[in-house]
Design a binder for this molecule. Structure first.
Ligand code: AMP
Length: 423
């Protein structure tokens, strides 16, 4: 048996799991202020949900999906991202009746068969929001601001991050632009890699994302959608930027930002960090997807959202020296002087826990000295020492770990005294 976690996956040991919970809790608090409610969708979907939504010619669908047949020969796929599933669920349950807006957020694992490296995993964790039904540009600015405020709230300094924004146009202006880029790629084919040449036929805009220096050089002078946006898209994009200015969110217009999923229309954005992540420096991003619901056979329903990666966000926090708050495992430790009071110690620990105090005790027959050491390791602020003499008097000793001060407390006053001591 191979007793190691599969390549590209990682166990979330307590310190990392605590960080994940902190990140999700922080998100819940902030997102609630922007009107978002939680949603959970299945970890796998019918393959079509992703193939149609994200696009057959994207890297995700063509190379990275975990697709399998179930026992009834249905093609299912582990979700590579959250938006497609949320939009599928919104359609299935009529979450966005015409004229209404639904705001939801999710948090959980995603799966992509990518080449693992720092900040790139095969199972990774995302937190994301989807705002469905709103087409106004203020919604775009609100979603972008929310992502930015979230990172700020985690303590990542603004100067470590860059918010890139762009407009991908819509069905009125993008098809002609795509054709121009395809034409450009063909005209410079000899200088471009094989894959970019293929992209001329399948997904020309993806050539902007090619990491090969020669391709990047050629694409640097490719036509830009910015110059070909239709009037509506141009006005929408301008208003998004005005609203970002209103909030004082600094952004960089990046006309070559295309992002890897086909469903985007109009606004797209991405937050990159300058330090600590190497090439995988995008910690979160998103955009508008006004045609996605229709792609699934539903009514025309505008939408937009973002997803942020947990692993990369944590790396960005580490690089900035931001620590995840780590509450002590135990606030109070109940220690026994000898085995004659073992049952009382057990009951007392339970009483303290019922009273709202994080409490720990020994289950391994440790000596009193070893119990004190353990209390220190767990971060306990106080130790309740239970001995036969104290017990006979209906009392225990309460020891303050920092000041080392000890007081005798009657059993009935213990909970109150502990609360006073730990604040
Ligand atoms: P995407 O869904 O590709 O727009 O990705 C949104 C965010 O998810 C990225 O900015 C990353 O932070 C994170 N992410 C995407 N793919 C991976 C991966 N393979 N491993 C770790 N994080 C990822």
């Amino acid at each position: 048996m191979n007793a190691r976690a599969p390549k590209g996956t990682a166990d979330m040991l307590p310190a990392t799991a605590r960080a994940w919970e902190y990140l999700t809790r922080t998100a819940q608090d902030l997102f609630a202020r922007y009107g978002y409610e939680p949603i959970y969708t299945p970890l796998f979907e019918h393959t079509d949900v992703f193939a149609r939504g994200i696009g057959e010619a994207t890297d995700i669908v063509s190379k990275e999906m975990y697709t399998f047949l179930d026992r009834a020969d249905r093609s299912l796929t582990l979700r590579p991202e959250g938006t497609a599933s949320v939009v599928r669920a919104a359609l299935e349950h009529t979450l966005v009746p015409q004229g209404s807006v639904a705001k939801v957020y999710y948090a959980g694992p995603m799966f992509r068969y990518e080449r693992p490296q720092k900040g790139r995993m095969r199972q990774f964790w995302q937190i994301g929001v989807e705002c469905l039904g709103a087409d106004g540009p203020s919604a775009d600015a609100e979603v972008i601001a929310l992502l930015w405020r979230y990172y700020e709230g985690l303590g990542i300094p603004a100067e470590n991050m860059r918010m890139l924004v762009n407009s991908m146009g819509d069905e009125a202006c993008r098809p002609a632009y795509r054709a121009h880029v395809a034409e450009y790629i063909r005209s410079r084919g000899a200088e471009l890699c094989e894959e970019c040449n293929r992209r001329a036929d399948t997904n020309p805009l993806r050539a902007f994302d090619c990491k090969k220096p020669a391709c990047a050089e050629v694409m640097a002078t490719a036509p830009l959608l910015r110059d070909e946006l239709c009037d509506e898209c141009s006005a929408h994009y301008a208003t998004v930027r005005e609203h970002l200015d209103l909030l004082g969110i600094s952004y960089v217009e990046e006309p070559r930002l295309v992002r890897g999923l086909d469903y985007y229309t109009r606004t797209v954005f991405e937050v990159q960090v300058e330090v600590g992540l190497g090439s995988q420096n995008a910690i979160g991003g998103g955009g508008r997807y006004d045609r996605l619901m229709e792609e699934y056979g539903g009514p025309a329903t505008p939408g937009l959202g973002f997803a942020l990666g947990f692993e990369r966000t944590l790396l960005a926090m580490e690089a900035a020296g931001v620590e995840v708050p780590a509450p002590p495992v135990a606030e109070v430790y109940v220690a026994r002087v000898d085995d004659s009071v073992a049952a009382e110690v057990f009951a007392l620990a339970s009483t303290l826990r019922d009273g709202g105090v994080a409490t720990e005790m020994d289950h391994q027959g440790r000596s009193l000295k070893a119990q004190f050491k353990q209390a220190g390791r767990l971060g306990a602020r106080a130790v309740v020492v239970v001995g036969p003499d104290e017990m006979a008097a209906g009392e225990v000793t309460l020891r303050h770990m920092e000041t080392k001060e000890e007081t005798r407390v009657g059993m009935s006053e213990l909970l109150g005294a502990v609360h006073t001591l730990i604040g």
